[in-house]
Design a protein around this ligand. Structure first.
Ligand SMILES: NC(=O)c1ccc[n+]([C@@H]2O[C@H](COP(=O)([O-])OP(=O)(O)OC[C@H]3O[C@@H](n4cnc5c(N)ncnc54)[C@H](OP(=O)(O)O)[C@@H]3O)[C@@H](O)[C@H]2O)c1
Length: 284
């Protein structure tokens, strides 16, 4: 099975976790397969592939609010995904696509898979368009996830970097959600593929309590043995008051996980996953 998987965006946070999970997969970064290049996608030798896992995306949520970023976000997230959908339909492939909490305005405390799309920023709008395109294909899994932590730039690494420099951060305390470690996303994708679960949308974050970014930061410092670093709460409004081109953020990003659990996948508690992540980071 693994030799017939193609991973796009293989050098991103999720891409790297997928490459570890599927060492035999065709793993292509942007230089090797640009999902916005329609001709390249059309002419790819798809007869060697059964499953496309799309880990490619434009993920700079604030960058997407600039005039250049808006174009890139739509080109990569919406048009790029549509190119993969066409290839999947023409070649009868399974498509695994990754979506985000940013497709919602965050007014609901708990997001179900069938919540109507309500994105409030450009990144979320371009990702919502991708979801609509992906669902045109009957053999699509959409994994909707939040607060991704893997091998790349992410909140945990940022906080550990601050701790190294003895900086006590001010962190927003009014956005609530759950982190998702990339190994967990790779495990969930593998579970859906192996069990041939019903196609459609699946929410997926780690399990455990919903937290604010500020409380997540406190947990990171505690897990890293840096409890002397204090975290000061702020609001999203105050935090971004003096900054330009800031994307509006969903205030509530917690996903209801009962659907994927009913399909036999039990997400690991994020606090456990955080400890494992920090141990690996400490060994680097
Ligand atoms: N990060 C989060 O907190 C978060 C939260 C919820 C959902 N998600 C979703 O989770 C998925 C994975 O995110 P991530 O954190 O792994 O993102 P990431 O680290 O930014 O990785 C995205 C990868 O896509 C590549 N890429 C960009 N444009 C491409 C193109 N035209 N063709 C092929 N590859 C291209 C990037 O390459 P370059 O480096 O060359 O640009 C990068 O390697 C995305 O769908 C994202 O929307 C992320």
């Amino acid at each position: 099975m693994s030799s017939r998987i193609l991973i796009t965006g293989a050098n991103g946070q999720l891409g790297r976790a997928l490459v570890k999970r599927y060492p035999e997969a065709k793993a292509l970064d942007r230089d090797q397969l640009d999902i916005t290049n329609q001709e390249q996608i059309e002419n790819y030798p798809w007869q060697d592939i059964d499953v496309i896992i799309n880990a490619a995306a434009y993920t700079n949520v604030d960058g997407a609010e600039t005039s250049e970023g808006r174009v890139s976000a739509w080109r990569i997230n919406a048009s790029g995904t549509a190119n993969l959908v066409k290839a999947a339909i023409s070649n009868d492939l399974v498509l695994v696509h990754v979506s985000t909490d940013y497709v919602f305005d965050g007014s609901k405390e708990n997001h179900q898979e069938d919540e109507p799309l309500s994105p409030i920023g450009v990144y979320g709008q371009s990702k919502a368009a991708a979801d609509i395109a992906a669902l045109i294909h009957k053999k699509t899994y959409i994994i909707r996830t939040s607060w991704v932590i893997g091998d790349g730039s992410n909140f945990v690494r940022t906080m550990l970097g601050l701790a190294d420099r003895g900086i006590h951060p001010v962190v927003v305390a009014d956005q609530i959600g759950r982190p998702t470690f990339t190994e967990e996303i790779a495990s969930a994708i593998d579970h859906l593929l192996q069990t041939k679960a019903t196609y459609g949308i699946y929410n997926l974050s780690n399990g455990g309590p919903s937290v604010s970014w500020a409380d997540f930061a406190r947990e990171i410092f505690a897990s890293a043995g840096e409890s002397e670093i204090s975290v000061t709460d702020t609001t999203t409004k105050e935090y971004f008051a003096s900054k330009d081109n800031i994307a509006p953020r969903p205030m509530n990003s917690t996903f209801d996980l009962s659907k994927i659990e009913s399909f036999g996948f039990k997400p690991q508690n994020w606090q456990e996953n955080l400890k494992q992540y920090i141990e690996v980071e400490a060994d680097k």
